[in-house]
Structure formats: C-alpha cells, structure tokens
Design a protein around this ligand. Sequence first.
Ligand SMILES: *Cc1c(COP(=O)(O)O)cnc(C)c1O
Length: 403
Amino acid sequence: MHGGLGQDMTKTTRETRRKKRSRTRLAHAGRTPFEHFGFVNTPVYRGSTVLFPNAEAFYANRAPYTYGTKGTPTTRALEEAWSEIAGAADTAVVPSGLAAITLALLTAVKAGDHILVTDSAYLPARIFCDTVLKRLGVETTYYDPLVGADIARLMRPTTTAVLTESPGSQSLEVQDVPAIAAAAHERGACVILDNTWATPLLFPPHERGVDLSIDAGTKYLSGHSDLLLGLVSANERWSKRLRATYDAFAMCPGPEDVFLALRGLRTLELRLREAERAGLALAHWLSAREEVASILHPALPSHPGHALWKRDFLGSTGLFSVILKPYSRKAVSALLDGLELFGLGYSWGGFESLVIPFDCKSYRTATDWRPGGPALRFSVGLEDIEDLKDDLDEGFARLRAIG
Ligand SMILES: *Cc1c(COP(=O)(O)O)cnc(C)c1O
C-alpha cells in the first residue's frame, strides 16, 4: 500500500470495519472527514504539482502525495474504499473498464509468454490480445469458458496469465473460477477476472482465488451512464507489481469521474439489489412469452451455469440475455425501433433500461455460438417494471406482425 499519514489513519478504521456488513462499509469506506474540515465527502482535488514544505521533505521522498499522476486524496479515497470492499491489498483506478483490462494484462505478462483467454471475454479485450500483446510477443489461446479444471491441459511452461470473465459478456456462461484458479496457481500463472457483472459485492474475487480483479466502474459503480472508469484490485501477491505497472503508465483518471464514482459507491448495494429484483422479474416474465426461445440468466434454474452461480455468487444483477425464436432481422428491428423506454446502446448498469441485439459468432474462435434465433441483451434500469413490460409487450406485437 501507499505510505503516508492519512493512509495509516484510515488503515486502523479499515481493520475495525472489516467486521461490519457490506452496506455499512459502503457508507463509510474511503472517507476521512476530519482531514477535510469535517466535510462528509472527500472533495475533488485537481492538480499536477504538489508542493513540498522544505528541501528535507523533498529529499526524503516520503510525502503522501508527490505529483498528480501518482494520485490525489480523491483517487486514493476510491482506491482505499474499493480495496476494502473487494478484500484486496491494493486497487488501481484507471480511466475506463478497458484500460483496467489492459493494465491487468500488462501487469502479468512479458515478451515470450503465453496467455489463456476465455472465448466469452469482452470483445475489446480480445482485440488488445490479438494486436498489442501479439506485437509485444505474447501469444494468446482462447479457451471454452466451461473448461473448469481442464484448463490445466491448455497450460504450457510459458503460460503466465489466465483471463476469466464470469458470467461471460453477452452470452453469460458461468465459469468455475476457483477450479481455474487452482489449476493456474499450481503452475504459477496469474489469474485475472473481469468481475464487472457481479462487482465484488456479489462475487468476492480474491476470496475465490483471483489475483487481479477488473471492474468497469462505468457500469454499476457509476450507475448513471455519466462517466467512464475502471478498477483493478490485487491480492497481496500481485499488489506491488500492479502499482509499479500503473505508475509506469500513469493511466490516471480525471478527478471529477472519481468523485462521481465515490458517490455511486454509497448506493451500490441498494441499486444492485434493485437490479437483481427487477432483472429476475423481467426475466421470468420474458421466459413465459411465446416469442422467446430461452433466457440466459444465471439465477434462473434453467441456466446451465446455475449450480456454479449458486455456489460462488451472492446474488445476480440486472444484465441478462434472451434468445428469440427464429424471427427475421426486419421483425427484430420493428421490435427495437418502436421501444419507448428501452434505449438501444452499448454499456449498461445505469438507471435507464437498455437493449442491444448481439451475435457472438463473428468473433468466437474456441466455441460455437449457435443460439438458433436472434439474441438480445437487456440491462434493466430503475423504471417501474410494469411500464417496462408494457413497452416490450407492444414490441413483441410489432415482432409478430412481421414474423
Ligand atoms: C463495459 C465493459 C468493459 C469496459 O468498460 P469501459 O469503461 O466501457 O471501457 C469491460 N468489461 C465488461 C464485462 C464490460 O461490460
């Protein structure tokens, strides 16, 4: 962890808070009001230069803050809070979720290495592996997300990292992260998880064997579709290497975005629980529709990953997918185009409901994607669920009319 006086003070309170429940911790983590004249929230610190009081302090190089790229009280408040919530030794905060993925991978690899990446990974993560990492001499093998302990068979002497994402982007396969972690650790590889769907509140990554855990704060942490942010948390073993890599890149986020993320943090659990409730309600309603072939939602007993989800997760969120019966693209467009409440756009986890059509077939290389009909991904927002159902009900009428 970072040195510094403020840090030591929060450390003691952090120890006592560890025993408290997550809601309590979310309300209090990363706040030191009496370092800010008693104001409840850590303010937005803007700045590059940090002045040293005298030459001795400059030479000693032990000041808690030395330069803008190395962190401010604002960024450190979020790092502190997230480490506490995720059960991590340290957290790096970066300008986007994708930057969190690239930072985690670059923390773990060097030229000549081989890495294993789940076929269900967030598409831009694949692009990074196939272009930048390839150019740097790192070879990527994509693997079936359902591989479990058999990941051992794919490991080579040069394999240094395994990227997992659970549930997978768009298709929501649940991975056996503890089994993958055990196999990877036996061979000394770093286990990375994109934990954006669950957040550390519903999947405590480091307890489950993950070394570097990624969260796109853009999604549920922000909760309002008004910022981009990423977080990488590390266990004790990987924290120094993460911090050194972060400092080398100076991938520092803007202070306003960090402030907004800290605001989002205070209500994260409340919003996640509501997302879970509304997501399940809508998924159940959709599963009874004649236009729907299947629902990809890990908390539904019909989902192939349901048992693993039940074993490892503490809840579900409001992001899930639906496979329709084989309707035409024109019919699906008619459904989507007339929607009044569901927006058509990327990202998710905001207060507003979203839907996008998707097709994993174009980029998957280790597994077949044959859903048998058009696929839609839903992010359920905070609107009244009955209004959302009415909106979709009218959409399904438009779908059927074209067929
Ligand atoms: C959105 C997303 C990201 C990337 O986050 P950005 O802030 O948009 O870069 C990474 N992983 C997953 C699973 C995501 O859904």
